[in-house]
Design a protein around this ligand. Sequence first.
Ligand SMILES: [Zn+2]
Length: 234
Amino acid sequence: MAHHRTEKNEWADRHRQELTTRHSHEDVLTDREFELLLEACRDMPAPRGFEARFICLLGGRLGLRAGEIAHFDSSWLDWNRKLIRIPQHEPCDCGYCQRQARQEAAHNGQLTETNAVASRWHPKTVASARLVPFDLSLRIELCIERFVNRYEGFPRSRSTVNRRVQEAADQAALPGRIYPHCLRATAASYHAYKGVAPVPLQALMGWSDLATAQKYIRISGSATADALRRVHHR
Ligand SMILES: [Zn+2]
């Protein structure tokens, strides 16, 4: 029965791995925690509080990545259609872009560092270039209006995005680790709970595969509940 034991061990290993691997969807903030975080931004000194609020709303409700927020430019906004257009390319040679370019060139013999810098900034994947509607709520829309009244683009570095989120989390005294990527996971989870279907959720988040959207929707359970209620409550 040796192979039984092996199978059992493999299963146990996989199970253990699933239990110990941390996924950002586990660090999703509840609606209450997210409100507390926004409230805390108000108690931070200017202009850090406003910058933190902008990051929290764009990350935690619209699902923008930290790199996208750090490279946000007012030219990305389509005011008529109320859309943020995350471009394929935004010329940039900030410290973060230079570091990323050096890494890319080091891992790819075909790519010179000059070419790698020239292609910066670009979003994480091809699928990340996308349209994000910003009129999902009035507070997001107003925050973006206030932002462009003040700035042409995000005025700080990529690492500042992390620091602002950290400061807001400390100010809110929220337990656990809070970082930009868990804001993005919070946005995905929020829309999944609201009942957004896999394809639009994938498009909003800029995921390359549908499976990630399906995972968030499965975890939210709302699609299951809706389908069962439609059958039983008719
Ligand atoms: Zn840059």
